[in-house]
Design a protein around this ligand. Structure first.
Ligand code: GLU
Length: 335
């Protein structure tokens, strides 16, 4: 089956989503996020959307996308809208949504909120205000930030439309301070339904498009959540600072923001964080070892304080997002 055509009108309201990056097979932690996001939307009577975050095609190993589909199918998570089935807000793969992201950049450029940055990775790190603030990495010192906003225009926004320096085409960065001023804010604050009230200051100007033309997660994710009518976002606590950036993008573009639920990270029984490289927690390995999908769903359900059942309808009925732990949670090995 092919992906749906571009949206003809406004996105239907109300959806939850799971938005994996297909750089590996799904492990128990990813599966937990997928399951909880799916149950929350189902419980709320909303659409469930599967969006594939494959912005950088070179980072996607062959077969990973198909592998993730197989993992989700095995768990029994059926999506109302997804790449294989299409839907009114498609395409559902970010690699096919560049026009939307470019449009977002145009809006930000009209407001003077993006600027070109020629800094190399080493230069960013050397000048960083804080070396590794959160998932976005070092806090950018603002080396290339212009004194006064300058419109880049259509030519400047074109990849290759601005001159290279030291052989590097510029990335585009989002001007956080100017965006906050534009929105009349001194911090980004939001109420997370799991983690409670949040307030972020000191965010560095983040990249919205890399020098090689690849759009950045923060921009694409924010624009897609709005365009796909995602009114609720459940994901891991490791992305909570990203939410502050995405809220700035949404606010600047005049788009509605979803309700956010950042859930505690899943830990392996030995207390380590689950990682894609841990083969033992990959769903694929569990399946190969003869475990049933039901056993996995039950282990994930228990880790979120839900009844010990693999019946997705029963789990959706019992689901209460405010009771999902905000702290790290050990997922017992399914048996
Ligand atoms: N694609 C991101 C990831 O796999 C998650 C994005 C999100 O849920 O917002 O880590």
């Amino acid at each position: 089956m092919t992906d749906g055509a571009g949206p003809a009108g406004p996105a239907p309201r109300g959806a939850g989503r799971f938005a994996p990056t297909p750089t590996g097979r799904l492990h128990l932690g990813n599966a937990r996020t997928a399951l909880l996001a799916w149950l929350w939307a189902r419980r709320a009577g909303l659409r469930n959307v599967l969006r594939i975050e494959d912005l950088d095609p070179r980072a996607i190993p062959q077969g990973c996308l198909e592998g993730q589909y197989a993992d989700l199918d095995w768990l029994g998570l059926v999506y109302d809208e997804e790449p294989r089935r299409g839907g009114p807000c498609g395409p559902y793969r970010q690699s096919e949504r560049s026009e939307l992201y470019l449009d977002g950049l145009r809006t930000l450029d009209r407001l003077g909120l993006v600027y070109p940055c020629w800094c190399s990775r080493q230069e960013v790190l050397r000048a960083a205000v804080a070396p590794h603030a959160d998932d976005e990495g070092p806090v950018y010192a603002g080396t290339c930030r212009p004194q006064a906003p300058a419109r880049l225009g259509e030519d400047g926004l074109r990849v290759g439309g601005l001159p290279a320096r030291d052989g590097r085409l510029p990335a585009l960065r989002f001007d956080v301070a100017r965006a906050l001023a534009h929105l009349g804010l001194d911090a980004v604050a939001f109420d997370d339904v799991v983690a409670g009230p949040q307030r972020f200051t000191g965010l560095g100007d983040f990249v919205v498009r890399r020098g090689d033309g690849v759009f950045a997660y923060q921009l694409a994710c924010a624009l897609d959540d709005a365009a796909m009518g995602c009114t609720q976002v459940l994901r891991g606590m490791d992305l909570i600072a990203s939410t502050a950036r995405q809220l700035l993008v949404l606010g600047a573009c005049g788009l509605e923001s979803p309700t956010y639920a950042h859930v505690g990270l899943a830990l392996a029984p030995d207390g380590r964080r689950l990682a894609k490289r841990d083969a033992a927690t990959a769903l694929e390995a569990m399946r190969a070892a003869g475990l049933s999908a039901g056993a996995v769903v039950r282990a994930l359900a228990r880790s979120a304080g839900l009844p010990d059942t693999a019946d997705l309808d029963a789990l959706a009925d019992a689901f209460d997002v405010t009771r999902v732990p905000a702290g790290p949670v050990v997922v017992e090995a399914p048996a």
